[in-house]
Design a binder for this molecule. Sequence first.
Ligand SMILES: Nc1ncnc2c1ncn2[C@@H]1O[C@H](COP(=O)(O)OP(=O)(O)OP(=O)(O)O)[C@@H](O)[C@H]1O
Ligand SMILES: [Mg+2]
Length: 375
Amino acid sequence: MQIKKIKLQNYRNYDNFEIDLGQNLNIIIGNNAQGKTNLLESIYVLAVTKSFLSINDKGLIKFNNKFAKISGEITNNLSRNNKLEIIFSDKGKVVKVNGKEIKKLSDYISIVNVIIFSTDNIRIFKESPNSRRKYFNIEISQINKNYLKYLSEYNILLKQRNEFLKVMNINKKSDLDYLDILNDKYVDLSIEISNYRKRYVDDINEYLSDMFKYITGMDGLILKYHTNIDEDKSVFKEKLISNLNKELIYKMTLIGPNRDDFYFKLDDKNLSLYGSQGQMRSAVLALKLSEVKLFNDKTGDSPILLLDDIFSELDIEKRNNLLSTLSNNVQTVITTTDMENITEDIRKKANVYEIDDGNIISIQKNNEDGEVNGK
Ligand SMILES: Nc1ncnc2c1ncn2[C@@H]1O[C@H](COP(=O)(O)OP(=O)(O)OP(=O)(O)O)[C@@H](O)[C@H]1O
Ligand SMILES: [Mg+2]
């Protein structure tokens, strides 16, 4: 999958902007605050309909303007071309494919797949388990549509169950048969979700340690899934029943996917607790590259890889290691303030665009774009 062209109108610090991207490595270079992250963000927004940064949709509109528009041309591995468009205004957002408005956002979101690495991702592994669950929910949904279905059913059920616990807390003689029905459904959905998460982590681990080794030279990185769900339905249900008194005190469900967590282990130690910042950064990068591989395995197509500011904190050797692990078949967009000591080999493979105050001031095209762009 690749994005051939992107156009921005009143988007962040851009007025009217257009860029043609190459099918392999694209490097966006520029000083601080020139719009590198904004450009990367716009590709993400076109795919996902919202930013990866904590900002609401209105924040994407250029200051003192009424709307923002992103349009892009996307090709997938079947050479199917789609023109995508997203418009933000006071009235909310509108998405269009080939000129036709799409009402259901979930239909739209499945068209383009992107994987983004940004400094924000590193925070996820330092924050509460909730942000990690959110993160992995999105990642797992990208390759399994059913997962999203189970997850939304689960969320509705969890709410119902929590409401009922509150009722029970006040009225001790509540309908226990109803709780039993909720519990049965709860057990089924929890195990389903847990199995998806387990499988995803196993799949990622097929690649993760190799990727980490490429970048850092270190062995032994694994992703861990922590859960209190029991795979055996009856054991799980018993656990729910025996925990009821505690749940009544807290007025919420204490066992299930809502309590899961994910973490990195390096040399058998929790990386969030014992790892250096650089190791954490490399671990998240390795995770992203593994996600690309996994996505490719599962769907036969590659997502678009967006890497924001990856060079800071990576020493020169690791920069080049990282760049040489990027596969030729994955369209990649990288932002950086400097190309210091990037080897000639890698430069030769890349298109380099220099950005200044929301404009392209120079382009150096080296990609061989013949096949796809030449049509
Ligand atoms: N809604 C907006 N309207 C106008 N300008 C905006 C808007 N949002 C952000 N900006 C401007 O965009 C600029 C930042 O752009 P961006 O974050 O893309 O920079 P960058 O090139 O990635 O910089 P760095 O190298 O520091 O990461 C800032 O000058 C900021 O004021
Ligand atoms: Mg930036």
